[in-house]
Design a protein around this ligand. Sequence first.
Ligand code: AMP
Length: 490
Amino acid sequence: MTNVYNLFSSGAKQGTSFIQDGQGNTRYSYDQFDALTSQYANLLRSSGVKAGDRVMVQVEKSPESLLFYFACLRFGCIYLPLNTAYKVDELVYFVNDAEPTLILCDPKSEALFRKLSNANIYTLDNEGNINADLDDQAFDTADRLSDDVAVIIYTSGTTGRPKGAMISHGNIESNSKVLSASWGWQCNDVMLHALPIYHVHGLFVGSHLPVMNGSPIIFLNRFDAAAIVELLPTSTVYMGVPTNYTRLLAQPELGRESCKNMRLFISGSAPLLTHTFNDFNERAGHTIIERYGMSETGMNTSNPLNGNRKGGTVGPPLAGIICRIVDDEGIPVAKNDTGHLELKGPNVFSGYWRMPEKTAAEFSPDGFFKTGDLASEDEDGYISIVGRNKDLIISGGLNVYPKEIETLLDNFDGVAESAVIGLPDPDFGEAVSAIIVTDGTKNLQPADITAYVKEKVANFKATKHVFFVDELPRNAMGKVQKNKLREMFT
Ligand code: AMP
């Protein structure tokens, strides 16, 4: 009897206000939690969905869509959220790959989904209205085993076919508990939620922790920096991607006064620049907790609640999670050396949906998941993410880690942010190339950048090309899309 819904349902019983709007009004109370998830679970049953079936959801963020997620856990089917930005070709792939029994979509895409699939289709609009009659009968939460798949998340892989990471009830339960304990979550915390809920960050971290503790969620349908700053005084925890933090810093009202009731600011999904970390500390009087995770694993490491939060690192591994950093032969590297980050723990997924070979290739013979991230660990056991394997630049046969050069560039006067990529080069194989967004304070020229980098690092790491852009292309989770930059500048 290990349906993870039980964890959330018993947390909900301790709480009062569940979903709040920006005005402090309770939209749904925790008293209603079981009743509302029953309604959706009854709908799943009457629509012929069976335990283990895929239920695909592509809708705008709303309290009802969050409740529908909890109802899927309760029912025992596999919840499969899709980014609302996906276009037709992508949807064709997902529908064929996942073969859902039921699809919940926006009314605007109903006709399209009907063309793509024979599944039962319901719509949920922006206001949370579903086009079905809901039945108020009680629902007995389905028994599930810890290894049963609860959610499939298609990873936002920037190249190749998206892979559906199968996340079990046990994965969710262990990661929720370890995070709640690590961050000292309490019933009286108030979560300010402005992340999308088709991704682990907003769906898992941002909603599991409040619900399992019965704490209120101020639920915003999208990120709006001005609205967030206004709501900080009535919140205690905020989670964002790094871009959210740079946008918050651009709000003149952000300051110690607006943040004085806040307990935690948490960042993840992409690297937080050290200067954002420092600027935020200075302006808001809070040290952001940076943590590291991925769809396949949930959260793996976090800077500590009590103790030193080191900017530029993602902190030590969370309790019960083993991280190791190895070289190309799988041998652990020395402290502070860069290698491939591998993980083991109760949070690690069981594999990719219908991709046994891909799954096998991503695990080491002794059962560690190969994250594809390059990392180093310092003397205190804090991990820094240095880049992605595929981002590694090999110039003249020598490895260049983009993060090292990006950190240098980000500290150069006049640079707001940068991305470093390898571009094809007849001589070196790949040429280190810097794409730069300036902060407008200096009239920077490519030669200034090249001269500065040459002065700081070995010649093989020096930038051979420098380009200036207005902004870096990013995906919905704030990750810089280096494949796009490679296409643009090759
Ligand atoms: P996703 O599966 O979309 O959540 O993407 C996971 C990837 O995001 C990881 O493998 C990392 O490359 C990156 N990532 C997540 N958190 C961080 C972080 N705090 N710093 C750097 N990269 C991160």
